[in-house]
Design a protein around this ligand. Structure first.
Ligand SMILES: [Zn+2]
Length: 263
């Protein structure tokens, strides 16, 4: 009991002190795993040539968060704050320094460019895998003047944090506590038709799915008090969206890599 409490407090402290940078570790890892599973053999060997021994798409998927403080130019690349009332153009919300929508094509070009060094292409691969994932986190796309929910204090599952972090990590950890098989289910191999349906379009279309989840679920279901106490009702309503976004991100990451490296 004592160790449980200590672990709970440690996790709570970690969650509330860690700045929210995108899906937490769990989200990125499941997306990387799903992507690995769907690489073509050609893309798989190209990816393997860019990774060092022992590295996998899962293990490199959080690198972009780890280097964020050493690479200040990359700090705006993880998100775009589109007001939830907006519904067409994203461009005016993308700063000159770049945003998660604008940065992806550039990283694709770098990864595809065989004249660049292995290190440069490795970095492009790491960034690309990370940003395609972040693009699917609803609070990375939409905003109500609160920095994508970072300024909205929340308590969920006895963790004090904020709305952004709850969607990055808190909800996923909560689901995992009651349903350990969730990750295995999300990481199941997809059939041809599911892949074809899900991988249609590109970042400029995909952001609007995440945006709609913020607009229709993440914000409207939020209790009015602050900190907002998020109960099981909130988590239950969010769940199918979280699972679907993780799955979409994994399959789309694979399809982007297959297109660039599968030749
Ligand atoms: Zn990120």
């Amino acid at each position: 009991m004592k160790t449980q409490l200590a672990a709970l407090l440690a996790t709570a402290a970690l969650l509330s002190s860690t700045p929210a940078f995108g899906w937490g570790r769990e989200g990125h890892i499941i997306i990387g795993k799903l992507a690995s599973l769907h690489l073509s053999s050609q893309a798989r060997s190209q990816v393997a040539a860019l990774l060092n021994p022992g590295e996998t798409l899962e293990s490199v998927s959080t690198w972009a968060d780890e280097v964020r403080s050493n690479r200040p130019e990359s700090s705006t690349w993880h998100y775009i704050n589109i007001p939830i009332t907006a519904n067409s153009s994203w461009r005016k919300y993308c700063p000159d320094s770049g945003c998660v929508v604008s940065i992806i094509p550039g990283m694709e070009r770098r990864l595809a460019d065989r004249s660049l060094s292995r290190d440069q292409r490795r970095e492009a691969l790491f960034f690309l895998v990370h940003f395609i994932a972040d693009l699917h986190q609803p609070m990375h796309i939409a905003d109500m003047g609160d920095r994508g929910g970072n300024d909205v204090p929340t308590v969920y599952n006895s963790y004090a944090g904020n709305l952004h972090g709850t969607w990055d990590t808190g909800l996923i950890l909560g689901y995992k506590q009651t349903d350990a098989a969730m990750f295995d289910r999300i990481a199941l191999r997809a059939g041809f038709w599911e892949r074809r349906r899900i991988t249609r379009g590109g970042p400029e279309q995909w952001i609007w799915e995440a945006h709609a989840i913020s607009r229709d679920v993440a914000y409207p279901d939020l209790p009015k008090q602050r900190p907002a106490l998020l109960g099981q009702d909130y988590a239950r309503a969010a769940r199918p969206h979280v699972e679907r976004q993780l799955r979409r991100a994994g399959l789309r990451t694979a399809s982007v890599l297959n297109r660039i490296l599968g030749r």
